[in-house]
Write a protein that binds this ligand. Structure first.
Ligand code: NAD
Length: 487
């Protein structure tokens, strides 16, 4: 297994680490220290993607994968889960060095990925079909079959988790995969090749590539890929869906961005709501798709709530800039200079559009740290209020009653994960039903759970990952009719 000093930077195709045919390489810099980690990450070009897809196509038909018992697929997934868990610390370290989220957070991410593989291992031999009676002379069967070669493209904020959300259900269903990590966080996933072989997957069943948008585009438009699952921004998601349609109409799942609301009612447990609206929101320094970045507080408690929220944001900021490899560090920098500049430009426009409660500045002189920031009362058309910032920048607004809270929460083009805080069960159920969101969490910030589907409505995405629904995305439906009058 690679360590920080001997990291794996080649592509993993057909069960082997190989140099990219493109000859292009990519540089990874530690966003906490500005130090160069490696300038040797191999970028996959067209010939590399073709090689990976060919390997996956061959593996899909090969008896060593297609011909084995479903429970044997499950066994491989279970072993892979154990191997990831055993190396979680080392994998996490590679991710921390590349994209800055603290080691503690990345270790959790790697363990969550292992849990996803373990969950889908259990599904491998439980994919049943359906049958309907021959009451009209035709016996009817519905079969669920693997689709073929599936591609996954990940964002950088939790690479290992995104890898597992796409690859684990695809393999449980009997498909083969090509996964592209984000160019901002390639190292953890690229290190998995050795574990893939050790788990017993035949060559070509899982292929790992990296590269930027050009590499992603090659996957989205590839004629021999039958399904693509993409996690990233809504802007890129649109391009992926276009390329998927224009090429071979491959199946497409899109897990996109959000501008999720948190509604705090006056009857909420204040301490709990404050914890989730501060530490919960600031996880990964706000670089979480499900982060509730718009907080609506009922007017009767607003002054007290906002004052205490400010205290918590300020306290969290005290820990920023600490060594991201130290086990106790909780908050890291923006993933790279591009993301840092993007968030800072939102902060600058926020200073003209809203009132700054706290933060709004860089922390330290090296690395990409940004102070936890709160803006209050932006206009309803303000850029910081409408667009996803993907950084430690929260917006607070007040509301008078439940009706207004729901209107404000739903006034967005996104719909990924709403949260609400109340001690009334009936209000929780009523408001949950009224919110336009793929997920709703009551009395905590949203944390995806492997058993339940995760995904967005409106421009937060198409389709769902996780749970049984996440598995069904990787199965094609075949209907068979048998005329019972013959034979
Ligand atoms: P991004 O859209 O810039 O990139 C995502 C991935 O797409 C990267 O691997 C990138 O190389 C690739 N890519 C870029 N252009 C492409 C193209 N034309 N065709 C195919 N692939 C292309 O997003 P990002 O900055 O990496 O990630 C942040 C975004 O991801 C945020 O919007 C966040 O909300 C979202 N996200 C969503 C979820 C979810 O589950 N809904 C989870 C994590 C992150």
């Amino acid at each position: 297994m690679a360590t920080a000093h001997s990291m794996q930077t080649q592509l993993f195709i057909n069960g082997q680490y190989v140099d990219s045919k493109s000859g292009e390489t990519w540089k990874v810099t530690n966003p906490a220290t500005d130090e160069l980690i490696t300038d040797k990450v191999q970028t996959a070009g067209e010939a590399d993607i073709d090689a990976a897809v060919d390997a996956a196509t061959k593996a899909f038909k090969d008896p060593s994968w297609r011909g084995i018992k479903a429970s044997d697929r499950g066994r491989m997934l279970l072993k892979f889960a154990d191997l990831i868990e055993a190396k979680a610390g080392e994998i996490a370290r590679l991710e921390t060095l590349a994209m800055g989220a603290p080691l503690s957070v990345q270790t959790f991410v790697a363990n969550t990925a292992a849990e996803t593989f373990r969950y889908y291992a259990g599904w491998a031999d439980k994919i049943a079909g359906e049958q309907y009676p021959d009451d009209d002379g035709t016996y009817k069967i519905v079969r669920y079959e693997p689709i073929g070669v599936c591609a996954g493209i990940g964002a950088w904020n939790a690479s290992l988790v995104l890898f597992s959300w796409k690859v684990a259900p695809a393999l449980a269903a009997g498909n083969t995969c090509v996964f592209k990590t984000s160019e901002k966080s390639p190292l953890g996933v690229l290190s998995l090749g050795t574990l893939i072989n050790e788990a017993g997957f035949p060559p070509g069943v899982i292929n790992l590539v990296t590269g930027d948008g050009k590499t992603g585009q090659l996957l989205a438009q590839h004629m021999k890929i039958q399904k693509i699952s993409f996690t990233g921004s809504a802007t890129t998601g649109r391009k992926v869906a276009d390329a998927a349609n224009k090429s071979n109409m491959k199946r497409c799942t899109l897990e996109l961005g959000g501008k999720s609301p948190a509604i705090v009612f006056e009857d909420a447990d204040m301490e709990n709501a404050l914890n989730y609206c501060s530490q919960g929101f600031l996880l990964l320094s706000g670089q979480v798709c499900a982060a509730a970045s718009r907080t609506y507080v009922q007017r009767s408690i607003a002054d007290k709530f906002i004052a205490q929220l400010k205290e918590r944001f300020d306290a969290a900021g005290q820990g920023m800039g600490a060594d991201t490899l130290a086990p106790t560090t909780m908050l890291g920098p923006m993933a790279d200079k591009i993301q840092f500049d993007r968030v800072m430009s939102y902060i600058e426009s926020g200073k003209k559009e809203a009132s700054l409660v706290t933060g709004g500045n860089r922390i330290g002189e090296k690395g990409n740290f940004i102070a936890p920031t709160i803006f209050k009362d932006p206009s309803e058309n303000a850029k910081i209020y409408k667009e996803e910032i993907f950084g430690p920048v929260g917006i607070v607004k007040t509301f008078e009653n439940e009706e207004e809270a729901i209107r404000l929460a739903n006034d967005t083009t996104y719909g990924l994960s709403a949260t609400l805080y109340t001690q009334s069960v009936t209000r929780a159920l009523r408001v949950s039903a009224a919110l336009e969101s793929g997920t709703v969490s009551v009395n905590s910030s949203h944390s995806p759970k492997v058993q339940t589907p995760f995904g967005g409505v409106k421009q937060s995405g198409v389709g769902r990952e996780l749970g049984k629904q996440g598995l069904m995305n990787y199965l094609e439906i075949k209907t068979i009719h048998i005329n019972m009058a013959v034979g």
